[in-house]
Design a protein around this ligand. Structure first.
Ligand SMILES: C[C@H](O)[C@H](C)C(=O)SCCNC(=O)CCNC(=O)[C@H](O)C(C)(C)COP(=O)([O-])OP(=O)([O-])OC[C@H]1O[C@@H](n2cnc3c(N)ncnc32)[C@H](O)[C@@H]1OP(=O)([O-])[O-]
Length: 725
């Protein structure tokens, strides 16, 4: 017998089991209609005299992706989750959750309200609310600690990480894991426990096991969470909610959970993190200025790939490719470098496999010194040294060796992709695949298309990026693409602030308190000051340090700071030389310590250039570094290099450490207020007329003149703006 209508279907199966199926594709999110459906169908099952037990499952092999995030910004209606789940727990017939696919957030909380949980071996479970700036507010912070203990619950809730079914069984979250259809297993199981007492199956009635070192544990976790949260408020609230579970009876603990959730639900941070959730999905729906789009561009199949150049980036890319199951040809002409790379790659694959409990895919990779070895591959990623002449030579060789139709991708981080394409007979087959170090770890991938790159080439690179577990963003070809192009004004302002009286410590502290994992100067020391120096030399910006005064700090008509060049001339490349903007115990060590030499060098430098230092506060550091970066973001939108603000924000959150609870540079500009950003840029541009990067972008002016529309409406303004340029 079957009852349709609501978004939860009711069927009586095996004679005596009420089967409730959530129906809200693709992830059966608990929208108002689904919640109403569950309330109605549970009531129906419990009042049906024939029914002895109940099974809850999700349509299409997916249990439930939690509350409907799309409802958060609206006036929420429909039955609330907490009493709905309490009613299931209080039921007088066994209710079994049959978990396939995902049971996340409210979805897992629903399952925790059930008396038993059966999971398919491929299922994934978790309470990821903290990644949305929230906490599990349907009893998750009260039931999970009672079921698995405080330490495990604290870890799952403050990290939001997903666990496999096997891990969930080990933790005690689920009662059984099956390789068979979990719904069938659950139906049979539910009948086997029908009629048995359920008192011991109602988790909210459990006493929360108190760890012996209770206070020390919570203090330790709170300290760690505050440190890694870098200003995010949700993780702290998660700890406070779990503490309530350990110290208060269930109902009081639930009041505390709701209280804490109320502080988060309307917060700017929650809006920022939910924006990131949808932005991360929106960038997959790419489009090019030519009008080509993701839906209409068919990717080419890639069965075999190659990597040319096995330096640090080439090795990471080889690992990331092999981990997808693809066969990979890794080419390095230098024998010593090839042997070292083979060892490094094998080590990375073995460590990765151990972490995930899988078999390392070492046999997927073949190594060669000879470029002929790649004649039969479908796609090549070139990762040789960042030099145009060398890359041109490699691309000419690739065009000669590769079979027709092979996609040629370059991992350059700043060179002209279209110029490289012009070195080949088929420029339509050339795109940039810009990975971030370490390439097998960092999630971001910039897929760079030139004016002649085919939509199919972009589609193929985007699909391969997804297969490698990357967050791939399609961007246009220009100097520095999106990420590095916006970094230029950010770095420049940081240098100017040092000239005007700031110290690296002050600038970095302001940026780290904002939420960046590392300030600009600690980051430069990590990546190496010599990389930027090489680029500035190539751009003929570096001059011998003879001169003093203003003229020495002007290049190509604009203000320029030679501070970074001067440090490099003294071999201060950062961590790798043990000296940079900070000092380190020895070359390669990572702990930055203030360097008195650097401070006296700045004093001497300012005196020599007639610069009078002044007091600079954190607000000025943030406004100048971040607003200059944001302004360049608007130029990128104006140029059509990025299709929308989401593309820029995803790049900065996944590739440049922009704090997720601040949404990304463009989202942040909207939060601060575009008029404010414009006013501050005009203020600083007036003070520094020789700094073009501070010249407000006309698109920003246009948005402000248009009443600063919300970010989801910027694309239409950009379209109109571009058509009038
Ligand atoms: C009270 C309670 O305590 C609280 C307050 C909560 O419960 S807060 C909510 C907590 N739940 C989460 O954090 C889980 C969020 N979802 C995911 O992690 C993943 O989606 C997934 C489940 C692992 C599937 O991954 P996927 O790669 O297969 O597909 P997808 O591309 O990601 O998703 C496919 C499509 O579904 C949409 N979608 C996914 N989950 C959604 C959700 N919970 N609400 C609304 N839409 C959702 C998504 O935007 C995309 O739409 P579109 O782009 O096609 O238009």
């Amino acid at each position: 017998m079957c009852d349709k209508g609501s978004m939860a279907q009711y069927t009586r199966v095996s004679g005596f089991v009420g089967l409730i199926t959530l129906q809200n594709p693709p992830v059966n999110a608990l929208s108002a209609a689904v919640r109403q459906g569950i309330v109605d169908m549970v009531e129906r099952a419990l009042s049906d005299p024939i029914v002895k037990s109940v099974v809850i499952c999700g349509q299409n092999g997916n249990f439930c992706g939690g509350a409907d995030i799309k409802e958060f910004g609206t006036n929420m209606s429909g039955p609330p989750l907490v009493p709905m789940i309490d009613a299931i727990e209080a039921a007088n017939k066994p209710v079994v959750a049959a978990i396939e696919g995902s049971a996340l957030g409210g979805g897992l909380e629903l399952a925790l309200g059930c008396h038993y949980r059966i999971a398919h071996s491929k299922a994934r479970l978790g309470l990821p609310e903290v990644t949305l700036g929230l906490l599990p507010a349907a009893g998750g912070t009260q039931r999970l600690p009672r079921l698995v203990g405080v330490p495990a619950a604290l870890n799952l809730i403050t990290t939001g990480r997903h666990v496999t079914a096997a891990q969930a069984l080990q933790l005690g979250i689920v009662d059984q894991v099956t390789d068979h259809n979990a719904v069938d297993v659950a139906v049979t199981f539910s009948l086997s426990v029908a009629g048995q007492s359920l008192d011991a199956r109602r988790i909210s009635t459990y006493l929360c096991p108190l760890p012996s070192d209770f206070d020390a544990l919570f203090e330790g976790v709170m300290q760690k969470v505050r440190q890694s949260a870098r200003g995010a408020i949700a993780p702290v609230a998660c700890v406070q909610a779990v503490r309530a579970a350990a110290t208060l009876p269930y109902t009081k603990g639930m009041e505390r959970e709701q209280e804490l959730m109320a502080t988060l639900f309307t917060s700017g941070q929650a809006r920022a993190q939910q924006y990131c959730f949808f932005a991360q999905r929106a960038v997959g729906r790419w489009r090019m200025p030519s009008g080509a789009r993701w839906e209409t561009s068919k990717p080419r199949p890639v069965h075999k790939a190659a990597v040319i150049g096995l330096g640090t980036m080439g090795r990471g890319i080889t690992v990331a490719l092999a981990q997808t199951g693809l066969s990979v040809v890794a080419v390095e002409t230098q024998e010593k470098q090839l042997m070292e790379a083979k060892q490094a790659v094998s080590g990375m694959l073995e460590r990765g496999a151990k972490r995930h409990g899988v078999v390392p895919t070492l046999d997927r990779i073949s190594y060669s010194q000879n470029i002929q070895a790649i004649a039969e591959v479908d796609l090549v990623i070139e990762a040789v040294f960042e030099d145009m002449a060398l890359k041109t030579e490699v691309f000419q060789q690739l065009s000669a060796v590769c079979k027709p139709g092979t996609l040629l991708c370059t991992n350059t981080s700043a060179l002209d992709v279209d110029k490289l394409a012009s070195e080949t007979p088929n420029p339509e087959l050339v795109v940039g695949m810009h990975f971030f170090a370490p390439a097998h770890v960092m999630k971001l991938l910039e897929v760079v298309y030139g004016p002649r790159s085919s939509p199919q080439a972009v589609a193929t690179a985007m699909q391969l990026g997804k297969k490698m577990g990357k967050v791939s963003v399609a961007v246009g070809n220009c100097r520095g693409f999106v990420g590095n192009r916006m970094l230029m004004p950010y770095l420049q302002q940081a240098f100017f602030l040092l000239e005007e009286g700031a110290t690296p410590e002050l600038v970095d502290q302001a940026l780290e308190e904002f939420g960046f994992p590392m300030g600009v100067f600690r980051m430069s020391d990590l990546s190496g000051l010599d990389i930027g120096w090489r680029v500035r030399k190539r751009d003929e910006l570096v001059e011998p340090d003879m001169a003093s005064g203003k003229s020495a700090r002007i290049r190509q008509g604009s203000r320029y700071s030679p501070l970074g060049d001067l440090l490099c001339e003294q071999g201060r490349f950062g961590q790798k030389t043990g000296r940079g903007w900070y000092q380190y115990d020895k070359p390669g060590s990572r702990v930055a310590r203030s360097d008195p030499w650097l401070h006296s060098f700045l004093v001497e430098y300012r005196a020599r250039h007639g610069l009078v230092p002044r007091s600079i506060d954190h607000q000025e550091v943030l406004e100048r570094c971040l607003y200059a970066l944001i302004n360049e973001g608007f130029r990128i939108l104006e140029d059509g290099i990025a299709a929308g603000p989401e593309d820029i924000d995803v790049i900065y959150v996944f590739g440049y450490g922009w704090p997720r609870h601040r949404g990304g540079p463009m989202f942040y500009a909207g939060m601060v207020g575009l008029a404010k950003v414009l006013e501050r840029l005009e203020h600083y541009q007036q003070a520094h007329p020789d700094v073009p990067y501070l010249q407000p972008c006309s698109l920003l002016r246009r948005l402000v003149a248009g009443g600063s529309p919300p970010i989801h409406r910027w694309r239409e303004v950009i379209k109109k703006h571009q058509s009038q340029l």
